[in-house]
Design a protein around this ligand. Structure first.
Ligand code: HAM
Length: 439
């Protein structure tokens, strides 16, 4: 027998939740359900169907195309068969793998959504946790930027439904394809792009000196670094031709991005959207339109992020199928909704009952349990008190369980076979025939 002696402080340590994880007591679960239910409703409204995958995958799957940042944040382990596995830090690689597996059977285009529980070994901070939930919507098999615009609009559709407005949040949109073409025009070799993107993604997240320092590690020429800084500061698509020379590829990418904005206008989302060259995204697989939605005060990290990734399925050994999508986490969103007064603890029901069954005295307790069972069998949510408290106390319990109606089992049941039904909102009471009511 392996006896490990633990000190008192070691025992106490074990009882703590891991840093960056959350316990969902019923009030926190109500918040999570409120967010997730809204995500699901938005997905369904916008024509997406739900999927899910396993919570862990082969480690290698995230090393192929997600980029170094996410690889550094992996919770990975080796199983008893010596397989190297990782808990999913995102679901996009799983989605690509799943679609490749059934590529011949799945009718295109695919519009799928999912709400996976994800883990990233990040340093826990405001809006960043080690375990979180992330709404994903992805459209596979549509090359036209209409799909990109639809992904942005669906994300905004959810946010609009929470009560947020274009005064609160902004979708910042750019294009990796355009950025690549412009960087090439200022002398950056194509092979450099993959290592440069995660640095450019940091532009607005770190002080400019630190940003320049990071660039200096990749680029020798101070002129090129200056050109990059100028490029990253462009805030209008119309300014681009004045600042950088456009070759055919850059012009094509710019036209494509303008078409995204034209679709967004048609979809009535123009007030919520703006071009922002500093949106690059940290993940390696993006190839076209990229976007992030931010709170306008700029105090929080991105509410969501996504973009086009046309090579991921082929990088995973499948055919070349285009894809675009986004992920929105629950952590930043919850902070923002609370800050804006759109989510308060007392606005959510932790419990909701159709009926609470109370009895006027202990002799009728068995009847109350029997009636509760029958009501549950009819498909209603019903509960009773385990203790035969005074009726007043039972009414209080009914209230705390948020019961719409209370069935009061009293002397009438034995005398005339009737039950009292009390409407908890109005206080109105009616008498009903028990047999008819319960049949
Ligand atoms: P991402 O930018 O890594 O993209 O994450 C998207 C969103 O997930 C973030 O904007 C944030 O709301 C949330 N998030 C990320 N990390 C954390 C964390 N440690 N704690 C709390 N929330 C977090 C992706 O994951 C892409 N796979 C999205 C995508 C789907 N692109 C195309 N399809």
């Amino acid at each position: 027998m392996n006896l490990v002696v633990q000190t008192e402080s070691e025992k106490r340590m074990k009882m703590q939740p891991v840093k960056g994880t959350r316990d969902f007591y019923p009030p926190q679960m109500a918040v999570r359900n409120f967010i997730v239910d809204g995500w699901k409703a938005s997905s369904i409204r916008n024509g997406f169907v739900e999927y899910d995958g396993p919570i862990f995958e082969y480690l290698q799957m995230y090393q192929v195309k997600s980029g170094d940042e996410i690889v550094e944040q992996l919770f990975n382990f080796t199983d008893r068969g010596n397989r190297h596995l990782a808990i999913r830090p995102e679901i996009t690689p799983t989605l690509a793998r799943m679609i490749n597996k059934q590529i011949n059977a799945l009718p295109m285009p695919i519009k799928w959504f999912s709400v996976p529980r994800l883990c990233r070994a990040e340093r826990p901070q405001k809006g960043r946790l080690r375990e979180f939930f992330q709404w994903n919507i992805d459209i596979i098999g549509i090359e036209d930027v209409l799909a990109d615009a639809e992904v942005i609009c669906c994300s905004l559709d959810y946010l609009r439904n929470t009560g947020l407005t274009s005064k609160d949040v902004v979708a910042k949109i750019s294009s990796r394809r355009l950025l690549a073409a412009l960087l090439k025009n200022i002398g950056i070799a194509e092979e450099k792009l993959e290592s440069l993107y995660p640095i450019l993604d940091k532009k607005t997240k770190i002080p400019v000196e630190a940003f320049v320092e990071m660039l200096e590690k990749e680029i020798d020429s101070p002129e090129t670094i200056q050109a990059i800084l100028k490029l990253m500061d462009i805030h209008s698509v119309n300014d681009i031709p004045d600042i950088v020379k456009l070759d055919e590829k850059a012009q094509e990418s710019l036209d494509e991005l303008k078409r995204v904005f034209a679709y967004l206008e048609k979809m009535g989302a123009e007030d919520w959207c703006r071009f922002d060259m500093s949106i690059v995204r940290g993940l390696a697989y993006y190839t076209g339109m990229v976007f992030e939605i931010h709170d306008k005060s700029g105090d929080l990290r991105a509410i969501c992020g996504g973009g086009r990734y046309d090579n991921l399925l082929s990088d995973f050994g499948g055919p070349k199928v285009t894809a675009t999508g986004m992920g929105m986490g629950d952590a930043v969103l919850e902070i923002l909704l609370r800050e804006k007064g759109l989510l308060t603890d007392d606005s959510l029901d932790i419990q909701k009952l159709d009926y609470f069954v109370a009895c006027v005295d202990g002799d009728l307790f068995d009847e109350a349990v029997e009636i509760t069972t029958k009501i549950r069998q009819k498909g209603y949510a019903a509960n009773f008190s385990y203790k035969t408290n005074a009726l007043k106390k039972q009414m209080k319990i009914a209230d705390s369980m948020n019961a719409a109606k209370c069935i009061i089992v009293g002397g009438e049941l034995k005398e005339s076979g009737q039950l009292v039904i009390k409407d908890m909102a109005t206080g109105e009471q009616i008498l009903v025939d028990a047999t008819t009511f319960l049949e």
